[in-house]
Design a protein around this ligand. Structure first.
Ligand code: BGC
Length: 502
């Protein structure tokens, strides 16, 4: 295989190119694909606790909650049908990301984004106008199908478009959109919940706005040169790459893309290949599975889905609880910006390890604080305000840590480590794993809280230790390495080299 590109001192290649306005705007537009995912994460929990929503679609849940006076706070909120409603979306997303892998490879990244936007838009309309449970469910499935498509294609798109030195920052635009989506949704829920009777329609129907943004956005976006070459459009890819990089001399990069694409053409079955050691994909499959699983095992979605419930439990009134959820939402956005700043300077590993340490400390602190007041019987008596504030503070420290480590890196790292021939298939494994684990955690959290009590936070802390050790020993640094050159990183790794050099 010919080796092209400029080889610098340490054996890594460098391509000419700058951070052009064109690529920046393109990546910002594409990154907005994260808004729909974030909006849904932020909106569902609030809507399912709205009285009018429950009365209309889940009357038995409503009756039960009004009647029950549970003294054990750990077991207060527990309703399978509501959580199933919320998490059904994740199962749909899982299925569609597999279809998306085919569409993204055969028809390009932007078609997948477009499909994602259209499906999500249809789901949002169906939900906003829902008059029967079936409309809610079908709507939710459509939202899930949409998310499967966008989460599969957007991170890949960003990693391929970005000049490699800024890949981290541009890719994290996706996570930034997720966090902005969550925040906007939390704020909207706060106001819409005050409109009695039909506020929930605005919350659910409001999802058409982010959906339209990515639908229209995908129509005007160019496809990535990598994908054009993968589909045989060589001339077009070259012209585009010049515009994207803002330099005339893109020969080296184009040649490397062609080489990568030729290797890719030899692979007829990307899925089967993923399992083969000879294609040196052992580390890739491991990462495609473990990174998203670990991202969810940080326990972040316990906070994202249930923060208002949790804050009510520790003694806030319902307005104060919602406001605290907005505060954690702001921290989430702010800390993501920190990671945009640092990811290409300090590297991925530093952020992973620092974030892990910080999450561990705050989880242990939250467990201790809740354990001290709620004990094992979950009956805290009257809780002082200061207590609730301290708990919220530690939760903010935890959210900040996630937001500059596993949050963005959980999407960035998988999207930049796969070789072209398996990129699309491997990315859909990443999305599927993320969705399975989100589903599982959303589904069993309330039950786990009831049984593990404050130990639940220790449960997640344990996984944070495991994932940090995994990063320390097994995840090589990928900062500043061109995406089609990533194989070098595995070849020089103390453990993975045994497989990829074989
Ligand atoms: C995760 C979501 C999470 C969100 C929080 C994303 O990276 O995939 O599950 O809710 O970050 O900001």
């Amino acid at each position: 295989m010919p080796s092209v590109g400029i080889v610098v001192g340490d054996g890594k290649k460098e391509y000419p190119g700058k951070l052009t306005l064109y690529v920046t705007v393109t990546c910002i537009v594409a990154a907005m694909g994260g808004l729909i995912f974030g909006y849904d994460i932020g909106i569902s929990g609030g809507v399912t606790t709205m009285d009018s929503f429950q009365q209309k679609f889940f009357p038995s849940v409503y009756e039960k909650q009004k009647k029950d006076h549970v003294s054990n706070q750990y077991c207060r909120f527990d309703s399978v049908s509501l959580t199933l409603f919320t998490s059904s979306l994740y199962l749909a997303a899982l299925c569609s990301s597999i279809v998306a892998s085919y569409v993204t490879r055969k028809f390009g990244r932007k078609i997948s984004m477009l499909l994602g936007g259209v499906l999500f838009c249809t789901g949002a309309l169906l939900n906003g106008f829902a008059t029967a449970v079936w409309m809610l469910i079908v709507g939710r499935l459509l939202l899930g199908f949409g998310i499967g498509f966008t989460n599969q294609s957007v991170p890949l798109y960003l990693s391929e478009m970005a000049p490699y030195k800024f890949r981290g920052a541009l890719n994290i635009g996706f996570q930034l959109s997720i966090t902005i989506g969550i925040l906007i949704a939390n704020v909207l829920n706060f106001f819409f919940s005050k409109i009695s009777g039909w506020g929930w329609r605005l919350s659910l129907g409001g999802a058409v706005v982010p959906a339209l943004i990515i639908t229209v956005g995908s129509l005007i976006l160019p496809d990535t040169p990598n994908s054009m070459i993968e589909r045989g459009q060589f001339k077009l890819a070259e012209t585009k790459l010049r515009k994207i990089r803002g330099v005339d001399d893109v020969d080296d990069e184009i040649n490397d893309l062609i080489v990568a694409s030729e290797a890719s053409k030899l692979v007829e079955h990307p899925w089967r290949n993923l399992l083969q050691r000879k294609y040196s994909n052992r580390p890739h499959l491991t990462m495609a599975i473990l990174i998203p699983a670990f991202q969810q095992l940080t326990g972040i979605n316990v906070i994202m889905f249930y923060a208002p419930v949790l804050f009510q439990t520790i003694g806030f009134g319902s307005d104060a609880a919602l406001i605290s959820a907005v505060v954690t939402g702001l921290v989430n956005v702010g800390a993501t910006v920190v990671s945009i700043y640092g990811v290409d300077k300090w590297g991925r590993r530093f952020l992973f390890l620092e974030g892990g340490f910080q999450m561990l400390i705050s989880q242990v602190a939250v467990a201790a604080a809740i354990g001290a007041k709620f004990g094992v019987d979950g009956n805290p008596g009257v809780l002082p305000k200061l207590y609730a504030i301290v708990v919220v503070l530690f939760i903010c420290i935890y959210v900040a840590a996630f937001a500059w480590s596993w949050g963005p890196l959980g999407w960035l790292v998988p999207s930049e480590i796969f070789p072209l021939e398996i990129r699309s298939a491997a990315q859909s494994i990443t999305v599927s794993m993320n969705m399975i684990f989100t589903f599982l955690i959303a589904q069993v959290f309330l039950m786990m809280l009831c049984h593990l009590k404050f130990g639940l936070f220790i449960f997640f802390a344990f996984f944070v230790v495991v994932m940090s050790m995994f990063v320390y020993f097994f995840l090589p640094e990928t900062r500043g390495v061109p995406i089609e050159e990533m194989k070098q990183v595995w070849r020089s790794h103390w453990y993975w080299s045994k497989f990829v050099n074989a």
